[in-house]
Design a protein around this ligand. Structure first.
Ligand SMILES: *Cc1c(COP(=O)(O)O)cnc(C)c1O
Length: 376
């Protein structure tokens, strides 16, 4: 049995090696390192895959979120509602742009932002909602879009963990995560479901004016070289990364399916363990298991983690602390007990190894050790 890792990027590289190597070498031979042809090809291929009108690549998923909020011309003091249970990048960009960060609790079952909590947080100064499709499963987009229309708000989907997940509307039609709101953002960080070999990101939109703005501000506010129409930033996807992503995009559905079948195995094994809650599967979303996240009694979680470590099984806590208690965000002024769901989740969640190359033997080993911890 190979050593167990949270994410096994080496095994994946070994499988794709000839294609990846030749893609990288051909970029080096062309020397078109910035805005080379692979960048445009990748954007076209992603457009097709995502079923969206415009794809704008950029340097990482955090920049993608920042570019989205810049393109919507939000002004300092405008309120942006997002979830307290997410990676820091989601809230960071709101704060960086001088917007007023309004955080709310997620649903305890799906881990995704609570629509009820959004409703309660909307004020006359609210301008945007940023739902995060956490751990590979979509937030309740149809309800969020209805709220947004009613209150005239923008919706920016943080789809960094959900590349390839389908949102299923009440009428049965489907759209890819990230293509439902005004703008969707994603990350190609190596461990994401579609990851490159460094940093990378992209934005999706069906609005042509927004797409033009994003293209401009991600490249110094230029539409024509050395003519600056907007105050922009330097946030471009490297050609080498685009070339790697073009190879990996072809396998994305297969990889996501492999994650799902590993998750099915976990689910089946843990469903009857009274101390564990397996991840909820929302009726309105496919799940691509960026993370496989269990809940266990708050008192037991850290012990379980230590026990697994002693068996050479890594596990991770996403996320260990609510954002409103982080030093950098104390000035928001939220009281410590303002977010009971987030606070509890931070004590209960544990993510197990999850990637497309999990071996049967590894899964069996992880499962039997988790179960033996609880039957001790
Ligand atoms: C990874 C991630 C990001 C940021 O992506 P980077 O490419 O690392 O900047 C943003 N939001 C969420 C939810 C993420 O998981």
């Amino acid at each position: 049995m190979r050593d167990i890792q949270m994410v096994d990027l080496k095994s994946q590289y070994q499988k794709l090696r000839p294609q990846i190597d030749s893609a990288v070498i051909s970029v080096m031979e062309s020397s078109a390192f910035i805005k080379g042809p692979d960048v445009g090809f990748l954007e076209e291929e992603l457009k097709e895959y995502m079923g969206v009108s415009h794809v704008v690549s950029c340097a990482n998923g955090t920049d993608a979120l920042q570019l989205a909020l810049m393109a919507l011309a939000l002004k300092p003091g405008d309120e942006v509602i997002t979830t307290n249970f997410t990676f820091i990048a989601t809230v960071e960009v709101v704060a960086l742009l001088g917007l007023k960060l309004v955080i709310v609790d997620p649903e305890p079952g799906s881990f995704n932002i609570s629509v009820e909590a959004i409703k309660n947080a909307i004020t006359p100064r609210t301008r945007a909602i940023v739902p995060v499709h956490l751990f590979g499963q979509c937030a309740d987009m149809e309800s969020i879009m209805e709220l947004a229309w009613k209150h005239n708000l923008f919706v920016v989907e943080d789809a960094a963990q959900a590349t390839g997940a389908d949102y299923i509307f009440r009428n049965g039609s489907k759209k890819k995560a990230g293509t439902i709101g005004h703008i969707g953002t994603t990350s190609f960080f190596p461990s994401k479901n579609l990851g490159c070999y460094g940093d990378g990101g992209a934005l999706y939109t069906n609005d042509e004016a927004i797409a033009r703005k994003l293209r401009s501000i991600s490249n110094h506010g230029m539409k024509v070289r050395y003519h600056h129409d907007d105050i922009g930033i330097n946030s471009r996807l490297d050609t080498i990364q685009a070339a790697i992503l073009r190879v990996k995009l072809k396998y994305l559905d297969e990889f996501n399916e492999a994650r799902r079948s590993a998750a099915d195995r976990y689910d089946k094994a843990f469903a009857t363990c009274p101390s564990l809650t397996v991840p909820e599967r929302s009726p309105f979303s496919s799940h691509i298991f960026h993370q496989y996240t269990l809940k266990t009694d708050a008192g037991k979680r850290d012990e379980l983690k230590k026990y697994l470590e002693s068996k050479k099984i890594p596990s991770m806590i996403y996320y260990p602390g609510p954002l409103h208690l982080q030093e950098a965000y104390k000035s928001l002024g939220y009281s410590e007990d303002a977010f009971p769901v987030t606070s509890l989740l931070c004590k209960e969640v544990l993510s197990l190894p999850m990637h497309p190359d999990m071996e049967d033997e590894q899964l069996e080993y992880i499962i039997s050790n988790v179960l033996s911890f609880f039957s001790k």
